[in-house]
Design a binder for this molecule. Sequence first.
Ligand code: S3P
Length: 454
Amino acid sequence: MARSPHDARTVVRAHSGRLAGMTTLRATPVAALAGTLRVPTDKSITHRALLLAAVSDRTVTIAVPLDSADTGATLSAVEACRVPVEGHLGERVVVTGVGLRGLRPSPAIDCMNAGTLMRLLPGLLVGSRADHVILDGDDSLRRRPMGRIATPLRRMGAAMFTSPGGLPPLVISGSRPLRAMRHDLDVASAQVKSCILLAGLFAEGETWVSEPVRSRDHTERMLTSAGVTVMSADGAVGVTGPVAGLALPDLEVPGDFSSAAFHMVAGALLGDPEVRLTGVNLNPLRTGLLPVMRRMGVDIEVIEGPDVAGEPAGAIVVRRTDALEATEVTPEEVPAMIDELPLIGLLAARARGTTRVRGAQELRVKESDRIVAVVRALRGMGVRAEELPDGFAVTGGSSIPGGRMDAGHDHRFAMLGAVAGLASRDGVSVAGFEAAAVSYPHFAADLRTLGAGV
Ligand code: S3P
């Protein structure tokens, strides 16, 4: 199939020490940002749509699946499971589903930087007739814990192995009968929950997953739309297997709240008269940043629109605030804003007082150790920031002086650095900016649309 310039095969691979095409972005201060943007579509929903379409009993048309390196990896993985695919990411992809048990994976699948792919695909592979599949990824993915999916899948009877330390590469074989059971997760994780629910589709009986705090429920919503009864009781979710088949309807992917979040923070610091973001997914288990920003004094308006793909969606309007106040982010608030926590650090740099984020130790096992990364990035810009065992503390001032930082192969830090530079006194140079393509290839262009000189 024809591919876009941003798909998995053409985007620069960020293997540490072997970086091709490393770019430094210089973000210079700007007086104001204004305008309307339609942010890229949702990464989490695109991964799930491609994977569930692949195992559907029908041909599924996915409108505007996210065109990024991460979702390109999932598209390539689906093709590597011998699922026919037509079209282009960013436009329309038509997946001819092969049925729940029809995946025929090639012996090795490269998940690149995509943690969601590496954690969700095994939930489907354990129910396939796959012999022996190896899942591997880039240097960053190779550092991410996979015991959290391997242990529950093994308890269910799957043949699933990790490398020493519970790390990738993973080896999975299908064709084993699976036991349905209850899993009580220590850490809220939508990726782990999704993996177990997918494996539960093949197990005889009820598979339940409970979490200390609920994580995003895109998988549950999409399974429901595909005809699966997703049960819920006392905060746990479950499925009854074995499920005969899925009938995922055609769907359109809404805008990604986590991508919108960069412009929301840019708007809070510089939006004059306003920054307006349209078509954004507003799943309440994703939008935890909204109440925290409001608490800090940011003027944000949410205009709800019609649901998209069984998910709430709408517009977000943000206006500049010069009187930001520090806040405390509690452990219960963390799951609904897990990917946005570093941005709270940036807002805190301009807030009166000391902001603390606690109960966020999960940040240490993301694309980078994001606790270390946020403190290092902010200090490099002259901001007072301190590492805590389970989070960080930032003491704000009247300005962000500026400086330089390295994205450290982490897309969210590439974008955070760019926003920080625009709102800074002297500007910020962001080395390794190309990492933004993992989730948001046109980020710099969208900032220019709002008036930034990047
Ligand atoms: C994701 C879940 C989160 C999030 C990640 C995407 C998903 O990870 O950080 O960017 O698509 O399910 P965890 O499930 O590990 O918290």
